[in-house]
Design a protein around this ligand. Structure first.
Ligand code: ADP
Ligand code: MG
Length: 446
C-alpha cells in the first residue's frame, strides 16, 4: 500500500506545478488503506480545507488511476506532526514546530495553559485537571468528555497527557483516536501481530481515546476495546475518552460498552458564550502575532458562534489572505473572510436606523423613545430588542451600537443583548417578535 501511495503521489507530482505539489501534496501522509478507502493525514484544518477546495479532483483522479474505481479518500488531522507549512500555521509558531520532538503522539500545543476557560467548559476542564493530577486515583475513571465539533475535546484530552508527561517524562501515555485504534487493530490482524497490538495498548498508564463515536457499528473493534478497557481499568489505569454525544445515544454500540463508558464521570462541553469567544480570539490572535483591534474581534465573535475551530480558522485565513495578497487586515478583509465562513448574506447595508424603524413599527414605540432614556418597561424592552438586532444583523461593535442608542456604554449594550438572548429562550412572545423582526429586516434587503 505504501507503493500505491507513492505512485499516486508521483502522478500528482508530474501533473501539478512543483510549488503546489511541494506545498500542499508532499506533506500529506498515508495512514491506512482498505478495499475502498484511503485514509490520509494532513497537518491541520486549514490545510485540509485548502486541499478540499483546490486539489480534491486531482487527488481523487490520481487515486482512481492506481486503485479500483471510486475509492473514497478520507482525511484526518495530524495530532502532532512537524508542521511543514510554518507560514500557514501561525497558531503553532514557526520556531516551535521545527524543534518539536515527537513523543507519545501528543500535540504539545494542547495544554491546560492554552485552554481558555469559560462557563461552557469549566466543569470539563476541572475534571480533566483533576484526572491529570492523579490519574487512575479516583472515581473519575473513566472520564468521558462529550460535546459538539470544535469545542475543545481533543484539546483537553491531549492536555491531560501533556500534563502527565510534564510531571513524569517517561510516563507511558497512549493517545489515539478511535479510528487509529481501529486501524491498528485491523492491521495487527492482517499482519498476525495482535499481541504487539495488545501490548502497546494494554501497557499504558493512561489511555486517551478520542472520538469514540467511531466505534459505532464496528463489533470486532468494540470487542477488542472492551478487553483493553477492562484490563486497564482493573489495574487502576486512567482511561479518558471523548465523544460527540452520549454513548447511550450512539447507534450500534453494545450495551456493555455503553455502561462501561458511562460508569465513571461524564462531562460535557457546550458552545462558548460571547465573552469566551472574545477571549479565545484575543488569545489566538496574540499567539499568532496578529494585532487585531477590538472591534474586529467583536465582529468575529458576534458572527462565528458555535465552534472554536472556526474562530481559529478565521484567524488563520485572515493571515493567509493578508500574506498572499499583501494587504492589511482591515474591517473589509475581515468581513470578506467572515462572510465566506458563514456563507454570506448576513450583513449588508442595513443601518441601525433601519432596525430602529422596524422595531418602532412592530412595537408602536416611537423611534425617539427607543433611543431615548425612558426606563418604562415596554420602552426599555423595545430598546433592548433593537440593540440586540443591531448586533445580530449588522454585527456592529458594542461601542458602535452604544453610540447609535444615545451614547450608551458597551456594558449597557452587552446587558441588553444578554437579556434578550435569555428572554428568547424563556419568553415566547419575545422570541416570536424578535424572530419576525429579524426575518422582516433581512428579507427586505433580499
Ligand atoms: P473537538 O475535539 O471538540 O472537535 P478541538 O479540541 O480539536 O475540538 O478544538 C478545536 C480547536 O479549537 C483546537 O485548535 C483547540 O486548540 C481550539 N480550542 C478549543 N477549545 C479551546 C479553548 N477553550 N481555549 C483555547 N483553544 C481552544
Ligand atoms: Mg476532536
Amino acid at each position: 500500500m505504501e507503493n500505491t501511495w507513492k505512485s499516486i503521489k508521483n502522478h500528482l507530482k508530474e501533473n501539478l506545478p512543483s510549488h503546489a505539489f511541494n506545498t500542499w501534496l508532499e506533506p500529506i501522509g498515508l495512514i491506512g488503506f482498505t478495499e475502498d478507502e484511503i485514509v490520509l493525514e494532513v497537518p491541520n484544518q486549514f490545510f485540509y480545507e485548502w486541499i478540499e477546495s483546490h486539489y480534491k479532483n486531482q487527488i481523487s483522479h490520481a487515486a482512481n488511476a492506481f486503485t479500483k474505481n471510486n475509492i473514497t479518500i478520507k482525511y484526518t488531522i495530524a495530532p502532532d506532526k512537524n508542521i511543514k507549512l510554518e507560514n500557514f500555521d501561525p497558531i503553532t509558531g514557526t520556531a516551535e514546530s521545527k524543534s518539536k520532538v515527537k513523543k507519545h503522539n501528543l500535540n504539545s500545543k494542547y495544554t491546560f495553559a492554552s485552554f481558555i476557560e469559560g462557563t461552557n467548559n469549566q466543569f470539563a476542564r476541572a475534571a480533566a485537571t483533576s484526572v491529570a493530577g492523579s490519574p487512575g486515583n479516583h472515581s473519575y475513571n473513566p472520564l468521558l468528555i462529550y460535546g459538539g465539533v470544535g469545542l475543545g475535546k481533543t484539546h483537553l484530552l491531549h492536555a491531560i497527557g501533556n500534563f502527565i508527561i510534564s510531571e513524569r517524562e517517561y510516563a507511558d501515555i497512549v493517545v489515539a483516536s478511535s479510528e487509529r485504534f481501529t486501524l491498528d487493530f485491523i492491521s495487527s490482524i492482517q499482519k498476525n501481530k495482535t499481541e504487539v497490538f495488545s501490548k502497546s495498548y494494554r501497557n499504558a498508564e493512561a489511555l486517551l481515546i478520542d472520538d469514540i463515536q467511531f466505534f459505532q457499528n464496528k463489533e470486532q473493534t468494540q470487542e477488542q476495546f472492551f478487553h483493553t478497557f477492562n484490563d486497564l481499568y482493573q489495574q487502576g489505569k486512567q482511561i479518558v475518552m471523548t465523544a460527540d454525544r452520549l454513548p447511550k445515544e450512539m447507534k450500534g454500540l453494545t450495551d456493555r460498552l455503553v455502561s462501561r463508558f458511562e460508569s465513571g464521570l461524564v462531562v460535557d462541553i457546550q458552545p462558548p458564550d460571547y465573552e469566551t469567544r472574545v477571549a479565545i480570539l484575543m488569545e489566538k490572535a496574540e499567539q499568532s502575532g496578529l494585532d487585531l483591534p477590538y472591534d474586529i474581534v467583536e465582529f468575529m465573535a458576534t458572527h462565528i458562534k458555535n465552534n472554536i475551530r472556526e474562530l481559529e480558522g478565521t484567524i488563520i485565513r485572515l493571515l493567509a489572505y493578508s500574506s498572499l495578497t499583501n494587504c492589511e487586515i482591515d474591517f473589509d478583509l475581515v468581513k470578506k473572510v467572515v462572510r465566506e465562513r458563514i456563507g454570506g448574506g448576513l450583513f449588508t447595508d442595513i443601518t441601525a436606523g433601519d432596525i430602529i424603524r422596524s422595531v418602532s413599527e412592530a412595537t408602536k414605540i416611537s423611534e425617539r423613545d427607543i433611543v431615548g432614556s425612558s426606563r418604562r418597561m415596554q420602552i426599555a424592552e423595545a430598546r433592548q430588542i433593537a440593540i440586540y438586532l443591531c448586533r445580530e444583523i449588522m454585527g456592529s461593535s458594542l461601542m458602535n451600537t452604544g453610540m447609535q442608542f444615545g451614547g450608551r456604554d458597551h456594558t449597557t449594550v452587552l446587558h441588553a443583548c444578554r437579556n434578550i438572548e435569555k428572554k428568547i429562550k424563556t419568553d415566547k412572545r419575545i422570541s416570536h417578535l424578535v424572530r419576525a423582526l429579524q426575518k422582516d429586516i433581512t428579507f427586505s434587503l433580499a
